[in-house]
Structure formats: structure tokens, C-alpha cells
Design a protein around this ligand. Structure first.
Ligand code: ADE
Length: 421
């Protein structure tokens, strides 16, 4: 019998989950270094930490490192469909980490699981999408005074938290892990770029070469996705609302157009914006028969699915994570992964190599909170730049790349202004 409270699908899956956690660990050298230091120094001793993250093999390694640092940790899922059930089982059975996550859980269970981790009365919370912070501020206000701070993993969560700060609603310090260079330049770009296509391919087995892929959003996720889709031979169309980003997409060699025009020509649609109804039902009606629609942004609200569901004459699941909707005029549209982040629903999320840096930021964020207890303002902070650079240095070392250094003469040149032509 496990020593901790939990709600997972099946503890019998633990053996397979443990192998997966170990496999991911071999690709997470920076987190391993931090774990070793945490084991010695115990920077999180006496603290309770509740995390609401995608329950994957990479996340398991983060939780193990935080526990090694002395924290009492618990974990719930940050999306109802992203949990790896075998990993969740192993966290409970092999690592004594209270875990509340079942792939496919309904909304009620999702919230029950979030409340279970908040019942541990955390001093630090860790979010991917700001759901724990949101629940604390809406329904569990009495606990806010117990918190040193919360760290946030994703763009969508940071947008929510900055909106809370602007409204004066935010009551705790926040570290925006997503804003670290070693997070968004790698996780969002290379992680989302690869894992989104991985999810789409595993779900559909389509050939990307020659397809018209419409990508809504040209932030770092959109950059990565466009780059990788074009590398696979797809014709990429970008939809963007920011003029500078749109121009960048043009000069990166992609077609850029309004969604109502792109809707008519796309074979496959992917949203990565962090916004709502990016593909409205009206634009779905403009699509070609057989078009595929997916989302790799944090929430499924990027697609106006409720309107599609209401309007459809019939619907049926034709493959795992592929649902066919037939409209009244007979047109068929395919929605992938219920419109939830396709990279985690139909594949395994970003590779551990890239999560290594994201989760090194999370581990250092927890340590930063422990060191700065009571000294932080109620605001959304970035991780200090020296920590960000140190993660990059460690990763470079791990991949065997050399980092050059400035000479004394060059340093002087950069800090002087007299020398000219
Ligand atoms: N977000 C995207 N990919 C992930 C992964 N593999 N683990 C945890 N969170 C993720």
C-alpha cells in the first residue's frame, strides 16, 4: 500500500511509469545537477509545495528534485487530458509523492484534484496555466497569507497573472518562469515546434509534405511550429494580429493572411495564441471538406468548439483523438484531441531535453522563493538574469558545446565610448 494520499488511474502501471521517468532523467542533466545540490543543501526544508503541471515523465523528475530539496510536495494535472497515467502511478508507488491526476478526468474531478493539493496548505505553488493561483484567489482566499509565492510555466498563465496584477487582484508574488530566455526560446520554440507535429502525426498519420498548414499565432510557439512544418514540406500560412510578428513571418518566408482567407485554403489548422475563439465557428464554416483543426495553446477555448458541436448534424470518433463533425451541408471537419493541447494529448509533450531547462527554472524559482521569503513584492517577476544565464551555461556544458569568453581588451571596448573609426 502506498504511504501517501493519491488519486491515479491504476497503481499497477507504476513499473512502466518508473522506466519512463528514468528514461527522461537521462535527458535532464541540468535538473540532475540541481537535484544533487538540493540533496546536500536542502534549500526547501520545512516548505510545502503544491504543483499543478502536466503529469509527465519530465514533471516527475522535477517533483523528485523538489522533494530531494526538502519540500513536502504534491502534484495534480494542469489539463484533464495530458496526464501520463503510468507516470502518475509510479510517483505514488515508487516515490511517495501524493499525485492526483487521471488522463480523461472530467471537470469536477479536475477541480477536486486541485483542491486536494491545496488542502496540503502550500507555501509555494507551481502552475502551468495559473489554475491554482486562480482557485486560491477565488475560493480559498484564507490560504493566501500562507504563500511565499507562485511560479508560472506558460505564456497563457503569465497573461492571466499580469491581468490580475493590473486589476489589483493579485495577492502573492509570482515568478514568470515562461519569461526566462532558457524557457521560452527553447521550450516554446523547439519543444512546441516538434511535439505539436508529433501529436498531429500520431493522431492522424497524415503526410505533411504538400499540405497547407495554417498556424494562428507567431509567438515563439508559432515560430517553432512554422519552422518545423516547413521543414517537413508543408506550405505554411501564418495568421497574426501583431504587425511586427506578421512582418517577421513574411520575411521568414511564410504566407501571411487574415483567418477568413486562410480558412478557405488550409488542410490543417493549429492555434498557438493563448487567446479565445481564434478560430470561430464562422471561419470553420469557410473551411474545405475534410479540414483538420487542432490547438497547441494552453486552453481549448482557442477553438469555438461549442458552436461547432451545436451546429453539427452528427459526430463520431474515427481514430484515437480524431473526431469527425458533419455539418448540415454534408461538409466534414475533423477536430484533433478535443481541441486540447495536441502535443500532450496525442503525444508525450516536449522532449525531456527541453523540459530540462524549463524545470531547472522551476526548481530555481522554488529556491528563490525560499531564500526571499517575506522580501518580495506582490507582482509578476522574471527569474533573475544570472540564474537564467547559469542554466544556459550548464546546458551548454551538458551538450558538450564550448562557450567563448571576451578578452580584457574586448570588455574594455564594450564599456568605453571614445574609440571610433
Ligand atoms: N509541457 C509541454 N511538454 C511538457 C512535458 N513533456 N512535461 C511537462 N510539461 C510539458
Amino acid at each position: 500500500m502506498p504511504n501517501v494520499l493519491y488519486d491515479v488511474k491504476d497503481l499497477a502501471l507504476a513499473k512502466q511509469g518508473k522506466l519512463r521517468i528514468e528514461w527522461a532523467k537521462t535527458s535532464m542533466p541540468v535538473l540532475q545537477l540541481l537535484q544533487k545540490r538540493f540533496e546536500k543543501e536542502k534549500p526547501l526544508k520545512g516548505l510545502t509545495l503544491a504543483a499543478c503541471l502536466h503529469v509527465t515523465d519530465s514533471t516527475a523528475n522535477l517533483m523528485i528534485a523538489l522533494k530531494a530539496g526538502g519540500a513536502k510536495v504534491s502534484l495534480c494535472a494542469s489539463n484533464p487530458l495530458s496526464t501520463q497515467d503510468d507516470v502518475a502511478a509510479s510517483l505514488v508507488k515508487d516515490f511517495d509523492i501524493p499525485t492526483y491526476a487521471i488522463k480523461g478526468e472530467d471537470t469536477k474531478t479536475y477541480y477536486k484534484h486541485m483542491n486536494a493539493v491545496l488542502d496540503t496548505h502550500p507555501n509555494i505553488t507551481m502552475d502551468d496555466g495559473a489554475d491554482l493561483v486562480s482557485l486560491l484567489h477565488k475560493e480559498r482566499k484564507g490560504q493566501l497569507k500562507e504563500l511565499i509565492g507562485s511560479s508560472e510555466e506558460t505564456t497563457t498563465g503569465v497573461i492571466r497573472l499580469k491581468a490580475m496584477q493590473k486589476d489589483g487582484a493579485l495577492k502573492i508574488p509570482v515568478l514568470a518562469v515562461n519569461d526566462s530566455d532558457t524557457k521560452h526560446l527553447f521550450d516554446n520554440r523547439y519543444g512546441t515546434g516538434q511535439s505539436t507535429l508529433d501529436g498531429i502525426i500520431r493522431a492522424t498519420n497524415i503526410l505533411l509534405a504538400g499540405k497547407i498548414i495554417v498556424i494562428s499565432g507567431y509567438g515563439w510557439c508559432g515560430h517553432g511550429l512554422a519552422m518545423r512544418a516547413s521543414g517537413m514540406g508543408a506550405k505554411v500560412v501564418v495568421v497574426e494580429v501583431d504587425p511586427v510578428r506578421a512582418l517577421e513571418a513574411v520575411m521568414d518566408g511564410f504566407q501571411v493572411m487574415k483567418i477568413q482567407d486562410a480558412a478557405k485554403i488550409g488542410d490543417l489548422f493549429v492555434t498557438v495564441t493563448g487567446n479565445k475563439h481564434v478560430i470561430s465557428f464562422k471561419n470553420m464554416q469557410r473551411m474545405k471538406d475534410g479540414a483538420m483543426i487542432s490547438n497547441s495553446g494552453h486552453f481549448n477555448v482557442e477553438l469555438e468548439l461549442d458552436a461547432l458541436e451545436k451546429a453539427a448534424k452528427s459526430r463520431r470518433v474515427v481514430r484515437n483523438f480524431v473526431e469527425e463533425f458533419t455539418l448540415k451541408n454534408g461538409k466534414k471537419l475533423f477536430v484533433l484531441g478535443e481541441g486540447r493541447l495536441i502535443n500532450l494529448v496525442a503525444a508525450e509533450g516536449h522532449p525531456a531535453e527541453v523540459m530540462d531547462m524549463s524545470f531547472a527554472n522551476q526548481a530555481l524559482a522554488a529556491e528563490f522563493f525560499a531564500k526571499n521569503k517575506g522580501k518580495l513584492n506582490v507582482q509578476v517577476y522574471r527569474i533573475p538574469e544570472d540564474m537564467d544565464k547559469e542554466i544556459a551555461r550548464l546546458k551548454l556544458k551538458a551538450v558538450g558545446a564550448g562557450l567563448d569568453v571576451l578578452t580584457k581588451e574586448q570588455k574594455n571596448y564594450l564599456s568605453s565610448w571614445q574609440e571610433g573609426t
